[in-house]
Write a protein that binds this ligand. Structure first.
Ligand SMILES: [Zn+2]
Length: 361
């Protein structure tokens, strides 16, 4: 595993950067063993933390949950996964300057775009250890939320109409990744439910995955079910007998452990799987009540076969999978009533992310 610091002097922007600042993103790169496999899976969190005034750089800002919890997921994933080898590569990164408006993640996302890196999944962990809702005191330490965009941000100008015409508003690559996370995490982590939130992030709020979304990389935000605003972006203080501030004592470590384990299971599963099938297409030459699909072998890895995923158009998640060893199939279900996708699977059952078919011309 290579470890390095991505560094750059960031110029003042008149907003949240008031002087030239040397910013650093610590990165660990676990190189894949298959030279033909260009895929990269990335896990991230952010290093910086803040108090009430986002410009205050001196006050004690422990940031135990925001985002010490996410950083622990990145470090633990690196510790565990670096003992194994995978055909695909994995990047572990903790960003600087998230609270200063996603500065560090933007640096890496822009670089990845420029260098044409094949990043196929970004799992951004931001606050995954707090179990308790601030106001009501309600506790939920079983559910991990995964936020993913619906309409793909980068394609909206050119392709929005195409997406609309095929009824694929709910099928961005980020959304496919989110569904994949739910399937794998619930399969491996006892007692954890993954709640898919069909939005890019919380209402009017942001996170580092959005830097990657802006460059077209499939990205999601993983976050706790409830947020506690007394322990987020607050000066550490006691007021009316109430403790404010992002302190370690407010983390639920068993909840955090399950959420970290979910990340590791998903990364390992993605990095072991063959890459996704290429040129997945649906045939539209004839009007029929069945659906014919065709695809090509993945660019890397050895698939044992393929799953055709099926769901009704109003179902949020895949409902059925059909296995085949062939590179085409005919399914007795109408493409008008169902949505399909194809994914590769290897001998041990590791699954690629699913691909929504394009139109065969
Ligand atoms: Zn955060």
């Amino acid at each position: 595993m290579d470890v390095y610091l991505q560094q750059e002097d960031i110029q003042p922007d008149g907003k949240r950067i008031d002087k030239v600042t040397n910013l650093g993103n610590p990165i660990a790169f676990l190189k894949g063993t298959d030279p033909n496999d260009k895929r990269i899976f990335l896990i991230s969190a952010h290093l910086d933390s803040r108090v009430t005034d986002v410009m205050n750089r001196t006050l004690f800002a422990p940031g135990a949950n925001d985002d010490g919890s996410g950083v622990s997921a990145v470090i633990e994933a690196a510790r565990i996964l670096s003992r194994s080898s995978f055909p695909a590569s994995v990047i572990f990164v903790t960003f600087s300057g998230e609270e200063q408006s996603l500065i560090g993640s933007k640096l890496l996302a822009d670089k990845a775009k420029k260098e044409n890196l094949q990043i196929e999944a970004v799992l951004n962990n931001d606050m995954i250890g707090n179990p308790k809702a601030g106001e009501s005191g309600e506790i939920n330490n079983r559910i991990l939320r995964v936020f993913s965009e619906g309409l793909p941000y980068v394609e909206l100008d050119k392709k929005a109409i195409g997406i609309r015409n095929l009824g694929l508003e709910n099928d961005s690559e980020s959304r496919q990744l989110a569904r994949y996370i739910k399937e794998i995490a619930e399969q491996y982590i006892r007692g954890l439910e993954v709640k898919l939130i069909y939005r890019n992030d919380r209402f009017l709020r942001g996170g580092d995955h959005s830097s990657f979304i802006s460059q077209g990389f499939p990205s999601v935000r993983l976050t706790e079910y409830y947020e506690n605003y007394d322990h987020q972006h607050q000066d550490v203080r006691v007021e009316n007998n109430k403790q404010y501030g992002d302190l370690p004592e407010f983390i639920d470590y068993n909840y955090l452990k399950r959420n970290v384990a979910a990340n590791i299971a998903v990364l390992a599963s993605l990095a072991k799987a063959p890459s996704k099938p290429e040129r997945v297409e649906v045939m539209v030459k004839e009007l029929t009540n069945s659906t014919s699909l065709q695809w090509e072998k993945p660019k890397s890895g050895t698939p044992a076969g393929y799953y055709i995923l099926v769901r009704e158009t109003d179902s949020p998640v895949w409902q059925k999978k059909i296995f085949t060893k062939e590179l085409s199939t005919k399914i007795p279900l109408s493409k008008d009533n169902y949505i399909f996708a194809v994914q590769s699977v290897n001998q041990s059952g590791n699954l690629s992310v699913p691909v929504i078919p394009g139109i065969a011309r």
